[in-house]
Design a protein around this ligand. Structure first.
Ligand SMILES: [Zn+2]
Length: 211
């Protein structure tokens, strides 16, 4: 994210007083992330939250185009090594949430990003087979435990050998995107780069957010 020092592996914003010697956040220093790069269009704050909520709950579908274009631009500027023809895969919603909301905002963003670059979208490549409660208030290991087995690839052939751009609207702790990356790689996907619209600065204080 331009103007903000952020972790070179996961784009988590680093505190100004943080140790920038190796350019890594605390979590990445402890264990390298499972993804192959992460890019965020912006930091989660008052302005970006309004945009995300308008897309997610107010049905402002027209926002997905410009949001996806911004994600595509930031993805290219992030330094993540992009394959020439990746498959764009959105983070899935469980069907009960899909029914109540009527749409998955990450599918809309995936289409916006893919259209900006002429890439293909696989909206159903991942499936959330178990409903998980909101992840706010849980620590990282509790989030990973709750998500284990909750996200699967129903048809491995759809992603085997492919490079993937995984799309989410907001990345908080990264536990949900990590679960998606694991499922994709278990199914034979090659590189998986994460592209989100907004990255939360302090994941453990974002209790009201669904990850
Ligand atoms: Zn990091």
């Amino acid at each position: 994210m331009p103007g903000h020092p952020s972790c070179r592996l996961c784009q988590h914003p680093l505190a100004p007083e943080g140790n920038l010697d190796d350019g890594l956040c605390v979590a990445c220093r402890e264990a390298a992330p499972v993804h192959d790069g992460m890019s965020a269009a912006t930091i989660y704050g008052d302005a970006s939250r309004d945009v995300v909520l308008a897309l997610k709950h107010a049905g402002r579908f027209a926002l997905a185009g410009p949001m996806g274009r911004l994600m595509a631009m930031r993805l290219e500027a992030s330094g993540a090594v992009l394959p020439p023809d990746p498959l764009v895969v959105p983070v899935p919603l469980h069907r009960t949430r899909l029914w109540s909301r009527g749409y998955n905002q990450s599918v809309l963003l995936a289409r916006g990003l893919a259209k900006a670059r002429g890439w293909s979208v696989a909206p159903d490549a991942l499936r959330r087979v178990r409903r998980t409660r909101a992840l706010g208030g849980l620590d990282r290991s509790e989030r990973l435990e709750m998500l284990a087995g909750a996200i699967v690839v129903p048809h491995a052939l759809s992603v085997a050998g492919r490079d993937i751009v995984l799309v989410d609207d907001v990345v908080t702790s990264g536990a949900t995107t990590d679960a998606c990356v694991r499922a994709l790689k278990d199914a034979g996907a090659d590189r998986v780069v994460v592209s989100c619209y907004a990255r939360v600065r302090s994941p453990w204080r974002a209790g009201a957010l669904r990850d």
